[in-house]
Design a protein around this ligand. Structure first.
Ligand code: GDP
Ligand code: IMO
Ligand code: MG
Length: 433
C-alpha cells in the first residue's frame, strides 16, 4: 500500500515508460502529473511496441486506472488520437479507466503555433523544443490566461474568453513573429467539438487520489522528462516548462508531498539528451554514434537523433539528492555490452579553472566543463538474457556496484533490453506481487 514515484534522473528518455509498466502490474492507479505530449514513453510487450505521450504507461494493464493530473497540459486532439490508437490495437481505454483532471490546462492551436514560431526565430540559442506547445501553454497558465478543462465545459464563458485571448495571440503571431493569424471561429468550433467527448473522462482527480491514498491503494506516479530538464533545477534555459523532478508531484496531482513513500530514479547506464543545451559528457565521435545505433537513440516523440555520452556522476548525484531517490533503476545496460572500457564522469574541470563535484547553475560553466573520468573495464558479453544480478558478468556487476557506491543509492532494477521480461528486479516491491 504505497505511493511510488518514478522520476527521470537525467535529461529524459531514461526508460521511464518501461519501468512504470513493470511496476504498474498490481497498482490501482498510475498518474501523470506534469508535462504533456512532449513526453514519449515506450513500452514493449512481446512484439508490440507502444509509445505513450499523454496517457499513463499503466494503461496496458487492464486492472489499472490511469489519471492525467492537473499539472499536465493536454492537447485534446492528441488525447483522442492516442486513445483511438490504443483502442485500435485492442487496449480498452474507456472513461472508467482513464480520468482527466478538471483543472488540467488545455493546449490550444496558438500554443503550438507560438512554440514553433519562437523556435524558428531564434538563431543561436534554439531550445530544440518538441513543438507541442508546452512552453506557451505553461506561460499562459502562469499569466492566468489559460483554459482549463473545466473552463471548456462552460460553453458561454469559454467562447467569450477565447475571443479575447485569441485576438491578443493573433496580434503577437502576426506583429512579432510575422506569422499567420488563426481563424477564431475554426478554433472555437474545434474545441466546442471536444466538450462532450471530454466530459465522461473529467474528474476531480485530486480528490480521487487523496481518497485512494487514504484507503491504502497503491498509486504509481509517472514522471515525464527528467530532472535536468526541470524548469528550476535543470540546465536553464535549455529545459522544459514544468517541474519534472519529484518537486512537481504535489502541485501536479494534489497528493500532498508527505504521502509519497518511495522515489525510484531511472537512469540510463550512459547519458542521452535530445534538443539543445549543455551536455558535459557528450561523445561527438564514433563512440557516441555507436551508442546511438546500438541503443536506437532516436526520439520517441520527434524522431530526432539523441545526443549520447558517458554516465555523469556529477549530474546524477545532484538529481538523486534533489529527488531524494530511494532506489535506482539502471536501464540499457545491454547497450554497453561490446565496449572494452566504460567511463564515468566524477568531477568537472571548470573553464575559469578549478575542479568541482557540484552541478553548476551557469550554462556557460556547464558548456565549458571538462569531465574528469574514472574508467572501468567493459564485459564484452551479452547481458540481454540475464535475469539475476549474480548472473551478470563480473565487470557489469562491478559497474553497478560502482554506481551504487558513488550515488549512495541501491540499484534495485536493472534493465537489459526493451522487453518486459528483460529486467532484473531485486529489492523493490511490485504492488500486487
Ligand atoms: P522514457 O521517455 O523515459 O519512457 O524513455 P523512451 O521510451 O523515450 O526511451 C527509451 C528507449 O529505450 C525505448 O525505445 C525503450 O524501448 C528502450 N529501452 C528501455 N529499456 C531498455 C533496455 O534496457 N535496453 C534497451 N536496449 N532498450 C531499452
Ligand atoms: P520523456 O518524458 C527528452 C526536451 C526537448 C527540448 C526541451 C524543451 O520522453 O523523457 P519542450 O517541448 O518540452 O518545450 O522542449 O525538453 N524534452 C525532452 N527530452 N525526453 C522528453 O520526454 C522530453 N520532453 C521535452 O527536446 O530540449
Ligand atoms: Mg521519451
Amino acid at each position: 500500500m504505497t505511493v511510488t514515484c518514478v522520476i527521470g534522473v537525467q535529461w529524459g528518455d531514461e526508460g521511464k515508460g518501461k519501468i512504470v509498466d513493470l511496476l504498474a502490474r498490481g497498482s490501482h492507479f498510475v498518474v501523470r502529473y506534469q508535462g504533456g505530449g512532449n513526453a514519449g514513453h515506450t513500452v514493449v510487450v512481446g512484439r508490440e511496441k507502444y509509445v505513450l505521450h499523454l496517457i499513463p504507461s499503466g494503461i496496458l494493464h487492464p486492472g489499472v486506472r490511469c489519471v492525467i493530473g492537473n499539472g499536465v497540459v493536454v492537447d485534446p486532439a492528441q488525447f483522442f488520437a492516442e486513445i483511438a490508437e490504443l483502442e485500435g490495437r485492442g487496449v480498452r481505454v474507456g472513461a472508467g479507466r482513464l480520468c482527466l483532471s478538471d483543472r488540467a490546462h488545455l493546449v490550444l492551436p496558438y500554443h503550438k503555433q507560438h512554440d514553433q514560431l519562437a523556435e524558428a526565430r531564434r538563431s543561436a540559442g534554439k531550445i530544440g523544443t518538441t513543438g507541442r506547445g508546452i512552453g506557451p501553454c505553461y506561460m499562459d497558465k502562469a499569466a492566468r490566461i489559460g483554459f482549463r478543462v473545466v473552463d471548456l465545459l462552460n460553453p458561454g464563458r469559454f467562447a467569450a474568453q477565447l475571443a479575447t485571448v485569441l485576438a491578443e495571440k493573433n496580434r503577437i503571431a502576426t506583429a512579432v513573429y510575422g506569422g499567420e493569424a488563426l481563424d477564431g471561429a475554426a478554433v472555437l468550433a474545434e474545441y466546442e467539438g471536444y466538450r462532450e467527448r471530454l466530459r465522461p473522462f473529467v474528474t476531480d482527480t485530486a480528490t480521487l487520489l487523496q481518497n485512494a491514498s487514504e484507503e491504502g491503494k497503491d498509486i504509481l506516479l509517472e514522471g515525464a522528462q527528467g530532472t535536468l530538464l526541470d524548469v528550476d533545477f535543470g540546465t536553464y534555459p535549455y529545459v522544459t516548462s514544468s517541474h519534472s523532478d519529484a518537486g512537481g508531484i504535489a502541485a501536479g496531482c494534489g497528493l500532498p508531498a508527505r504521502r509519497v513513500d518511495q522515489v525510484i530514479g531511472v537512469v540510463k547506464a550512459y547519458t542521452t539528451r535530445v534538443g539543445s543545451g549543455p551536455f558535459p559528457t557528450e561523445l561527438a565521435d564514433a563512440l557516441g554514434s555507436g551508442l546511438r545505433e546500438k541503443g536506437e537513440e532516436y526520439g520517441a516523440t520527434t524522431g530526432r537523433a539523441r545526443r549520447c555520452g558517458w554516465f555523469d556522476l556529477v549530474a546524477c548525484r545532484y538529481s538523486v539528492r534533489l529527488n531524494d531517490v530511494d532506489a535506482l533503476a539502471v536501464t540499457k545496460l545491454d547497450v554497453l555490452d561490446e565496449l572494452p572500457a566504460i567511463r564515468v564522469a566524477t568531477a568537472y574541470e571548470l573553464p575559469g579553472g578549478g575542479r568541482t563535484e557540484e552541478f553548476p547553475a551557469d550554462v556557460e560553466a556547464l558548456e565549458g566543463a571538462r569531465p574528469v573520468y574514472h574508467e572501468l573495464p567493459g564485459w564484452r558479453r551479452p547481458t540481454g538474457g540475464v535475469r539475476r544480478r549474480v548472473d551478470l558478468p563480473p565487470e557489469a556487476r562491478a559497474y553497478l556496484d560502482y554506481l551504487e557506491e558513488a550515488l549512495q543509492v541501491p540499484v534495485q532494477i536493472v534493465s537489459v533490453g526493451s522487453e518486459r521480461e528483460q529486467t532484473i528486479v531485486e529489492g523493490v516491491r511490485i504492488a500486487g506481487t
